[in-house]
Design a protein around this ligand. Structure first.
Ligand code: PLP
Length: 217
């Protein structure tokens, strides 16, 4: 089943991020053995523990809300932070990246859903972040693209439209702020219930949990 999923995702030119939150290391290892190397977690402590316990060639993706006081725990190893939603957070990532002597890749998270609960930036907020003089001084963070979560709904047209909006946001930022940066290329969108629509709408990274691991308890 994973093989089939991997084939469809790679055929679309996208990356599968297997969302392993709440699942124990043994279950993650079983998926790792089926050639998955990208795993997503939404809690810092859980990611740190799993990073310690599991093979070091795993690429860890932080997909949940990140508090500034916790950046230091993941800065030495995190592969990609999908959930950047403020300049203050970026400044802290910069500070910890300097300490860890690396450049940390990040995505800007956008609010695309109609639900209040799903966090993220508006386009106007992202523009003011990118135009802020202090953003330009950050040399140890690399903005690699955008991330968003669609509304949890049966309405496929609504989901499609929200993904389309995120893709448009990506294109707008690409041409206005990152025209010569090939690193700015990721559109992280699509989960277990909507990954096929996301790929059709230009996703480069799908974050899939329950479809692979079964329902979380
Ligand atoms: C939990 C989670 C996922 C995966 O959700 P599934 O429906 O289990 O595939 C994807 N993205 C984010 C941000 C999540 O928190």
């Amino acid at each position: 089943m994973i093989k089939d999923l991997q084939d469809k995702i790679s055929k679309a030119g996208a990356t599968l991020v297997t969302v392993s939150k709440t699942h124990p290391p043994e279950k993650i290892l079983a998926v790792y053995r089926q050639n998955c190397r990208d795993f997503g977690e939404n809690k810092v402590q859980e990611m740190v523990d799993k990073h310690q316990a599991l093979p070091k060639d795993i690429r860890w993706h932080l997909i949940g809300h990140l508090q500034t006081n916790k950046v230091k725990y993941i800065a030495p190893f995190v592969h990609l932070i999908h959930s950047v939603d403020s300049l203050r957070l970026l400044q802290e990532i910069e500070k910890q990246a300097v300490k860890a002597q690396r450049v940390i890749s990040c995505l800007l998270q956008f609010h695309i859903a109609q639900e209040e609960s799903k966090s993220g930036l508006t386009l106007a907020e992202a523009c003011s972040l990118l135009e802020d003089a202090s953003f330009k001084t950050l040399k140890h963070v690399q903005i690699c693209g955008v991330m968003g979560m669609a509304t949890f709904t049966e309405d496929q047209q609504q989901i499609r439209q929200e993904f389309r909006n995120l893709k448009n946001t990506f294109e707008y930022l690409k041409s206005n702020y990152f025209p010569d940066q090939s690193e700015f290329r990721q559109i992280s969108m699509g989960m277990s219930g909507d990954w096929e629509i996301a790929l059709e709408e230009g996703s480069t990274m799908v974050r899939i949990g329950s479809l692979i691991f079964g329902a979380r308890t």
